[in-house]
Write a protein that binds this ligand. Structure first.
Ligand code: FAD
Length: 470
């Protein structure tokens, strides 16, 4: 039977970050991944392929932006799906080959196998890869569980046809269907819906609650909802439940249970994107002391330790926010904790970005969250209509807001909607983590004319001194 000092189960951004850092600190590490390539959901069927496609969607969208009065116009785009897919796949291939090299350089042993706990010290490894040690078992001193998550597809939506897809199926881009229904108005549905809409599909969205992106700041969602309504030509069915879906010939028939839409409608494809389930079901946790909640997420403390002294857990399996950068940081904290360093995973701000057009990004405490907690905050907003850069881009629909502690003037949260919001939020994360005061941001000279100025301008609004330089 093989033995390793540290086993890491799952080769996604949480797992490989933990494995690499542990190896950098001199640990003997074995990384177990069931797929032939490292990278996990994020690289193979999540963050990276979706953004490769969204970039193309953005290029198409921008050509539509250019009206006659801009003095330039384009014809209808010619879409070559094979090339589009090949480019996306090349990005993935380049990066996963890079991960393989990084693992090799650190002497991390990579085993391609499906791992299952037999007890708190032993993993059973199954598969047909020659990397699996003889006997198919691996014992360890400690193990980090980083098995991630899968798309949630409840039994009512489980249809044996590739016309009903989850995000992985949608990313395969088999065709540009004439019509597509996205079930769920969360970020994955809106991002993938935007890709297909820009490629020419008539996309509809059905969402159970009364607005897109449930849980996100309403001021930020408003401009996006307006633009999405235009892109999807009004086919946005809010407050509406899907009762059932079934295959009728070449179409998918969907029954709506209102009040936003009633009756049945047929679509060429349906994308089910209603959330994600943790991969904690069939990994033998019942043979360990690990405790999971009723949704299957693993309970951990600030050092990412589970209730089993031998096992730690990181990433999507530990719950929301299910984001790659949260997984990576948890992975790093888990290893630091194992090394005995005084660390705790307690970030003041985990940024979230929706890569739609416009982008939405936020970090730290949000207005609704503060209200719900009964916490007094001051909220300041700067509309991008006053930004020379936004106007020159023809994008005055953006907005930047700060959430500030009225007593200490420390910034607690930031929200941005507009093109490039995901790039701008980094500054806010740093400010929140460093407990910057709103005056620090207002006093920091930002380059002109840039969208980053709006971060400073919103801070100036706090003092009633926002200066518009056009
Ligand atoms: P994962 O990346 O899911 O990796 C887990 C790995 O464990 C997988 O490779 C899996 O094969 C392996 N595994 C599971 N069980 C076993 C087993 N028993 N034995 C061996 N191996 C096993 N996040 C962002 O931050 N930004 C984005 O823009 C973004 N976009 C996304 C778009 C889409 C379409 C999707 C689906 C997700 C997106 N995410 C995004 C979320 C992000 O992908 C996840 O939060 C992130 O991948 C979680 O990392 P992880 O390491 O916890 O798990």
């Amino acid at each position: 039977m093989s033995h390793t000092q540290l086993a890491v189960l799952g080769g996604g951004p949480g797992g490989y970050a933990a494995a690499f850092l542990a190896a950098d600190h001199g640990m003997e590490v074995t990384l177990i991944e069931q797929e032939p390539r490292l990278g996990g959901t994020c690289l193979l069927r999540g963050c990276i392929p979706s953004k490769a496609l969204l970039h193309v969607a953005k290029v198409i969208d921008e050509t539509y932006e250019l009206h006659d009065d801009w003095g330039v116009s384009f014809g209808a785009p010619q879409i070559d799906l094979d090339k589009l897919r090949a480019r996306k796949d090349k990005v993935i291939e380049t990066m996963s080959a890079g991960l393989k090299q990084l693992a090799k350089r650190r002497n991390v042993t990579v085993i391609q196998a499906r791992g299952k706990f037999l007890d708190s010290n032993t993993l059973e490894l199954t598969g047909d890869s020659p990397t699996i040690p003889e006997g198919g078992k691996l014992t360890f001193d400690k193990c980090v569980i980083a098995t991630g998550s899968v798309a949630a597809v409840p039994p009512a939506f489980q249809v044996d046809s590739d016309r009903v897809m989850d995000s992985t199926g949608a990313l395969q881009l088999q065709e540009v269907p004439e019509t597509m229904l996205v079930i769920g108005g969360g970020y994955i549905g809106l991002e993938m819906g935007s890709v297909y809409a820009n490629l020419g599909t008539q996309v509809s969205v059905v969402e159970l609650t009364d607005g897109l992106l449930p849980g996100a700041d309403r001021n930020l969602v408003k401009p996006l909802q307006k633009r999405i309504e235009t892109l999807f030509e009004g086919r946005l069915h809010l407050n509406t439940k899907v009762g059932s879906i079934g295959i009728r010939g070449e179409k998918v028939e969907v029954a709506f249970e209102g009040p936003g839409k009633f009756g049945t409608e047929k679509y060429d494809r349906v994308l089910v994107s209603i959330g994600r389930w943790p991969n904690t079901k069939d990994i033998g946790l019942e043979n360990t002391k690990v405790v999971v909640d009723k949704r299957g997420f693993i309970a951990v403390n600030g050092q990412l330790q589970t209730d089993d002294p031998k096992l730690l857990a990181i990433g999507d399996v530990t719950g929301n926010p299910m984001l790659a950068h949260k997984a990576t940081h948890e992975g790093r904290t888990a290893i630091e904790a194992l090394l005995g360093h005084p660390v705790e995973f307690k970030p003041a701000a985990i940024p979230a970005v929706i890569f739609t057009d416009p982008e939405i990004a936020w970090a730290g405490l949000m207005e609704e969250e503060a209200k719900a907690a009964g916490r007094e905050v001051e909220v300041v907003m700067y509309p991008w209509a006053a930004s020379g850069r936004a106007q020159s881009l023809g994008r005055s629909d953006g907005m930047t807001k700060w959430i500030v502690d009225p007593t200490t003037k420390v910034v607690l949260g930031c929200g941005i909607v507009g093109p490039g919001a995901g790039e701008l939020i980094g500054e806010a994360v740093l400010a929140i983590e460093m407990r910057a005061e709103v005056g620090d941001i207002a006093a920091s000279i930002h380059p002109h004319p840039t969208l980053s100025e709006t971060v400073m301008n919103a801070a100036e609004v706090f003092f009633g001194t926002a200066t518009e330089i056009y």
